[in-house]
Design a binder for this molecule. Structure first.
Ligand code: BES
Ligand code: ZN
Ligand code: ZN
Length: 485
């Protein structure tokens, strides 16, 4: 599917179908062409209307926000893909600032049209080939075409990176092993001259005393890998941003085995790592002006005679000892060692992404990312700019009472808290222990357990992986880049 911007009046563009947005039930807008039909059908603009004879599709939106635009575009695609429609035309609907609107338009189409049908013997293919966007603008103003074209390009990069993450997360655990993740990362570096990739094996992890990471891996037949991707901008970078991703290619819970129903979907436990990899891919294509790293901790969490046990004590890479009270709280163990290693890169900004706690899904719902960290101002600023991506985020605050709850009687800390409550925050507080003082105010932990894997499709998200964290971080980085200019 191609999306093309045409500096022409919408009526001059030839296409099989036209899509028109009705904003806030304003059915007398100049874009509306079927007023008589509206009256006849008693259509008030509050829903969608498909007119097959006139070949027009009306989409009712409450207002022109970036996410309403994305959703509308996804609805256009998913309504018309079932018909013999090859080309669609649509006018422009500029909201706030031109660039992000065009970005949102493309994101809506590219995200909304994603399908994972590798394992279907018969996959229905959409006939839609081209979308034409006319510069005719809703408010009557003229769109700056060069800027809009650039925005279309970045929207495509961001949405495709999100779909790249979805592809990896959706892949089955039989195929997507830690080695597969390493190979995918190497492939990415081979494709882009501004990306480098280093893969560290078990021998290296042993040498580095990454015992927490190694213990989680022990009962798996697949070796663990720590994968380091680095994107270097052409000009000297003003900032170094480091992402760390939880890459559990399968989480059975280990000896503290998950119940059967919770184990299902645990191929999604690699979502943090895939999001970080996708961010590097997009950063290289967007040519962002920062040095950006991704450190991925790839392993399975399995059972067997060699499995690590509740009662074990691990001396982590940082020297902090951890009492294992539940082998299903494995993500924080892998991250503890990866975060410790990643800080040697001397980040100006450090962001980790992980499907870390079921408590986050319970507390915030399945649509929302949990934002944690010590620096409330940084979190608020991050949320403010990253929210334009359409990803939902809620900030959770640390406190000293919960800090007490991860203390251990026999080691420095415990991998589970003494309270059942506040599980997302106590997991965040566990990670905080591995963040060096000089990095604590520049660190954000994103718990993506809720939105990473979707069991009931919503918005422009299909069943399965959503690529959670990719767009939020790219929008954040884009905003940082604008600030630097
Ligand atoms: N990978 C899970 C968290 C998860 C749950 C991700 C639901 C996606 C959807 C994580 O490793 C886990 O099992 N956490 C435990 C921690 C507990 C033992 C302290 C949990 O949330 O139950
Ligand atoms: Zn677990
Ligand atoms: Zn896990």
């Amino acid at each position: 599917m191609k999306i093309e911007l045409l500096d022409a009046n919408i009526n001059k563009i030839k296409a099989d179908f036209e899509a028109i947005l009705i904003v806030g039930k304003k059915i007398d807008h100049k874009f509306v062409k079927d007023s008589d039909k509206f009256k006849e059908l008693n259509y008030d603009g509050g829903s969608n209307l498909l007119l097959l004879e006139s070949k027009r599709l009306y989409i009712g939106v409450k207002e022109l926000g970036y996410d309403q635009i994305r959703l509308a575009m996804s609805q256009i695609y998913n309504t018309l893909k079932n018909y013999n429609v090859k080309t669609i035309k649509i006018s422009s609907y500029v909201y706030k600032c031109t660039t992000k609107t065009y970005q949102a338009v493309v994101e809506g189409f590219v995200l909304g049209s994603y399908e994972f049908n590798k394992y279907k013997s018969e996959a229905k293919k959409s006939k839609i080939e081209k979308i034409f966007i006319s510069t005719d603008e809703y408010s009557g103003k003229k769109v700056k075409i060069e800027k809009a074209k650039l925005a279309l390009k970045s929207g495509k990069i961001i949405a495709k990176a999100t779909n790249f993450a979805k592809d990896g997360v959706n892949e089955i655990p039989e195929i997507y092993t830690p080695l597969k993740m390493a190979k995918e990362a190497l492939k990415l570096a081979k494709k882009h001259s501004n990306i480098e990739c280093k893969v560290y094996d078990k021998k290296f992890l042993k040498k580095e005393r990454m015992n927490a990471f190694l213990m989680v891996n022990r009962a798996s037949v697949h070796d663990p890998y720590m994968i380091h991707l680095k994107y270097t901008p052409k000009n000297k970078s003003k900032k170094r941003v480091v992402f760390v991703g939880k890459g559990l290619t399968y989480d059975s819970g280990g000896l503290s085995l998950k119940p059967a129903s919770s184990m299902l979907t645990m191929k999604c436990d690699k979502s943090g790592a895939l999001a970080a990899m996708a961010i590097i891919k997009a950063a290289a294509e967007l040519k962002l002006p920062f040095e950006i790293h991704a450190v991925l901790g790839a392993t399975e969490n399995m059972i067997g005679g060699d499995a690590y046990k509740p009662d074990d004590v691990i001396i982590t890479r940082s020297g902090i000892s951890v009492e294992v009270r539940n082998t299903d709280a494995e993500g924080r163990l892998v991250l503890a060692d990866c975060l410790d290693w990643a800080q040697e890169l001397k980040p100006d900004i450090l962001i980790d992404m992980a499907t870390l706690t079921g408590a986050c899904v319970v507390g915030l719902g399945e649509f929302t990312i949990g934002l944690l960290g010590r620096n409330e101002e940084f979190k608020a600023e991050y949320k403010r700019v990253a929210s334009d991506s359409g990803e939902l985020m809620n900030s959770l605050e640390f406190n000293d009472h919960l800090r007490e709850c991860i203390k251990s009687k026999i080691a420095d800390i415990s991998n589970t808290a003494t309270t059942r409550y506040g599980g997302t925050t106590t997991a965040g507080l566990f990670l905080e222990q591995f963040i060096k003082e000089e990095n604590r105010d520049n660190w954000i932990h994103m718990d993506i357990a809720g939105p990473a894997y979707i069991e009931r499709a919503w918005g422009y998200n299909q069943y399965g992986a959503s690529g959670a964290g990719v767009r939020a971080n790219l929008y954040y980085l884009q905003s940082l880049a604008r600030e630097e200019k």
